[in-house]
Write a new protein. Structure first.
Length: 315
């Protein structure tokens, strides 16, 4: 996936020390588990291809879908990797077989959850009762991009009805105002990569009870400094990630045909399909770590960040 062992170690260091990840860790949301499952699936998919590895990756991908429904939109990137990017002399028929094994494993995990939602919550729930609500937040006639409550026709409805009505009203808005998609993509992109203050805010806030909308901040030493540090390092990470576009010859197949498609899918999900905010950049930020590590490794190899006395070993 990365061209050298040094680049892999740099990526591991960024994962361990990146301020947003560190500060986010006390917030018990699903992003932590989701990224772990996705990284496990990526590891299995980019190893020596076998039915066992693809079945295991399918299980992890299925668990990722159950954890956060957005994983459904990342499955095409897995298909692209299996058909085109996988570094193997396997014939196309065998690659299709491996993808079928992975797809079957995904379904084995996801179908029981889908049936459970249909029975317990309602037949229109699907994988998530909040999917339609989030879709409506991005595509509505209020002029507000994102969550709003005043005049929201979904407020007060049961979750199943909220989701169904959200999908309906969202599609009606898109059909009536298709050009708004262009504007929303611009707004969504700016918000997705905006100040990542979510981690610090929620890790230093409290409420009187679970789900209390009236929470208050807890004075924590260095919280302001952590916010500023997270903002600066996020800007640096995005810049280094984009700089990887300048060294396409250093891209490994796993990077070109899996990590990059996952980044594109994540961006499209949040700026085209749903609404964007820094919290939802957690997964794409994780993928950016690989791109940033590649850039730093190439800068080191070129002697721009100090002399590299030892030639890096292949990853």
């Amino acid at each position: 996936m990365l061209p050298t062992r040094r680049a892999a170690l740099i990526a591991a260091g960024i994962f361990a020390l990146f301020p947003t990840f560190v500060v986010f860790s006390p917030v018990l949301a699903t992003e932590h588990l989701f990224v772990l499952l996705m990284l496990g699936a990526i590891y299995l998919l980019t190893g020596e291809p076998s039915s066992r590895r693809f079945a295991a990756s399918g299980v992890l991908l299925g668990l990722a879908v159950v954890t956060r429904g957005e994983a459904v939109f990342y499955l095409p990137a897995v298909g692209l990797w299996g058909l085109i990017g996988m570094r193997s002399a396997l014939p196309l028929k065998r690659r299709v077989q491996l993808l079928a094994v992975a797809a079957a494993a995904v379904l084995v995990v996801v179908i029981p959850w889908y049936v459970r939602n249909a029975v317990v919550v309602g037949p229109e729930t699907g994988l998530s009762a909040s999917a339609g609500l989030n879709f409506y937040f991005a595509h509505n006639d209020s002029g507000n991009y994102g969550d709003y409550t005043e005049g929201n026709p979904l407020v007060g409805l049961p979750s199943e009805q909220q989701s169904a009505l959200g999908w309906k009203l969202g599609w009606q808005h898109i059909k009536a105002h298709p050009l708004n998609l262009v504007k929303d993509i611009r707004i969504g992109t700016l918000r997705l990569f905006g100040a990542p203050d979510y981690a610090v805010i929620w890790a230093t806030s409290k409420g009187d009870f679970y789900g209390d909308p009236e929470f208050e901040a807890i004075p924590v030493r260095f919280s302001t400094a952590l916010n500023d540090l997270a903002r600066i390092t996020t800007a640096a990470l995005v810049t280094l990630s984009l700089a990887a576009l300048l060294v396409p010859r250093s891209w490994q197949p796993g990077f070109s045909w899996l990590i990059v498609p996952l980044c594109v899918s994540s961006w499209m999900l949040r700026t085209v399909i749903y609404w964007a905010m820094p919290r939802y950049a957690y997964f794409i930020t994780s993928m950016f770590v690989f791109a940033a590590a590649l850039t730093i490794d190439r800068l080191l190899a070129a002697g721009m960040l100090g002399s590299a006395k030892l030639a890096p070993k292949p990853a």
